[in-house]
Design a binder for this molecule. Structure first.
Ligand code: C2O
Length: 465
């Protein structure tokens, strides 16, 4: 049984990262046709042979093999968590074997990077071994990372408070922890809560190879990031009142990988629910033991669809984002809604002592390249004082290009992001600039739009109870 440890809590004398770096170099020296090579492992997630990150990677395995094993990552799907768990387990097995072949220890395991640890800002920084020395002698370094320290708002863990695993598929209040029910889904539209944050933000903020699913796994930090996401799945589950999907369309769904002997192995989602039974088994250092399952668990498993939300305002036009701030007015549209004033949304739900649900949707987002994360603010007063109190959340574009193209698995209708602004709406109405007929939405990029990137939002809408 392996123990996956916190990379920042490894003792000073520990050799985990040193061996990881050596293994990466050894794997890079294997041809891309070898399933145990660095390139092959990264291509399982996704490959864009035209990208500079993939320069020199050819020759590739045959078409059939590529179809079977490459470009398989599951995103915006309830398979996001189990697929990446399997991916990580085979990768860890292959790296560990590579280390043994190099004369290293037999018990290597993948460490995790807990960037959400708020006890020190240093934990939000990529561990120094990955950034220095910054040259090819360091197996853990890669060219082109834009940021090495993640901003704190992108790694908060609201996701863990989510009870249902599966997102509702209508426009209900439910955005699940693990994503919407889908078939095989390389890229889709709507993220589960954990996939959205911190997962996508860590990709988009580090950027470079990490910003694009077709290059992300070439960056050695990718694997410590995913190890942490995999750990957070366990942390979520162990809190009690939470459960993985029980439907056989999840439990029995299979994915195929190559193991350390380059033999094809199939795994079902149900086989990775218990980390101690995945391949040779592993646990996470510091994850609290599971709370005993409560009675009536079933009621937490499927989202409550009984209270669908209704659209109260919408703009349907292709809004192109740029390197500058974009501002739009979202006006109440009497033609398709029942309320006459946004005030109605703010009435308090006395029965549950919570504000009424208000969800801001950004839909049919399509584009190219890797546009920057955009922060979303509502009704920021002129002059922009205290901007943080008007912060509604952010939208990120990890996997945008894939979600914009129609293919075998989906229609290419673009990404869909939803921000829960229930609490914020309640604060906004006491502000002097409150207008009960419209909201001022501003979208601010965190850096410039690259010359090869573009993004348009097809529709912005507000849904409420
Ligand atoms: Cu499949 Cu972090 O991505």
């Amino acid at each position: 049984m392996r123990e996956r440890k916190n990379v920042y809590k490894l003792p000073a004398s520990d050799k985990t990262l040193e061996w990881y770096g050596k293994a990466v170099i050894a794997m890079k020296n294997k041809p891309t046709t070898d399933p145990r090579s660095w390139n092959y492992q990264a291509a399982i997630h996704g490959i864009d042979p035209g990208s500079p990150f993939w320069k020199g990677a050819a020759p590739f395995p045959g078409r059939r093999e590529q179809q079977d094993f490459w470009n398989g990552c599951q995103h915006q799907s309830w398979f996001f968590l189990p697929w990446h768990r399997m991916y990580l387990a085979f990768f860890e097995q292959i790296v560990a074997q590579t280390i043994v072949d190099l004369g290293g220890p037999a018990d290597w395991s993948l460490p995790y990077w807990d960037y959400s640890d708020t006890s020190s800002a240093k934990f939000r920084t990529i561990p120094p071994a990955f950034t220095s020395p910054a040259n090819a002698t360091n197996g853990l370094w890669i060219k082109g990372r834009v940021n090495t320290t993640i901003a704190p708002q992108y790694v908060t863990l609201e996701a863990l408070n989510t009870i249902p695993y599966t997102s509702g598929n209508g426009r209900t209040a439910v955005i699940g922890f693990g994503g919407p029910e889908t078939a095989f889904n390389h890229f889709g539209s709507m993220n589960g809560r954990l996939e959205d944050k911190p997962h996508n933000y860590v990709h988009g903020y580090i950027d470079g190879a990490m910003g694009d699913p077709n290059t992300a796994a070439l960056d050695p930090i990718f694997w410590l990031h995913h190890c942490n996401i995999d750990r957070l799945w366990q942390v979520w589950l162990n809190q009690g009142r939470r459960a993985n999907p029980v439907k056989s369309s999840w439990q029995d769904f299979k994915f195929a990988f190559n193991d350390k002997n380059a033999s094809r192995v199939e795994m079902k989602c149900s086989e990775v629910e218990d980390t101690r039974k995945v391949l040779s088994g592993y646990t996470y250092q510091g994850v609290p033991a599971a709370v005993a399952a409560l009675e009536g668990l079933e009621s937490f498993i499927e989202p409550d669809q009984s209270k669908p939300l209704e659209v109260v305002a919408a703009i349907n036009k292709n809004l192109a984002l740029s390197s500058k701030k974009t501002v739009v007015q979202l006006k109440l549209t009497p033609s398709h809604n029942k309320i006459e004033s946004l005030e109605a949304l703010n009435s308090f739900n006395e029965s549950v002592s919570e504000p009424k649900t208000a969800i801001l949707h950004f839909e049919n987002i399509k584009g190219k390249g890797v546009p920057p994360i955009h922060d979303v603010y509502i009704n920021v007063p002129k002059g922009g004082k205290n901007k943080e109190s008007y912060y509604a959340g952010s939208i990120n574009f990890f996997g945008l290009e894939g979600a914009s193209k129609a293919n075998l698995h989906h229609a290419g209708s673009g990404q869909h992001h939803a921000l829960d602004i229930s609490e914020l709406m309640n604060k906004l109405r006491s502000q002097p600039n409150w207008n009960d007929q419209e909201l001022d939405i501003s979208l601010e990029p965190i850096r410039k739009m690259g010359s090869d990137a573009s993004v348009k939002i097809g529709r912005i809408s507000l849904y409420s109870e």
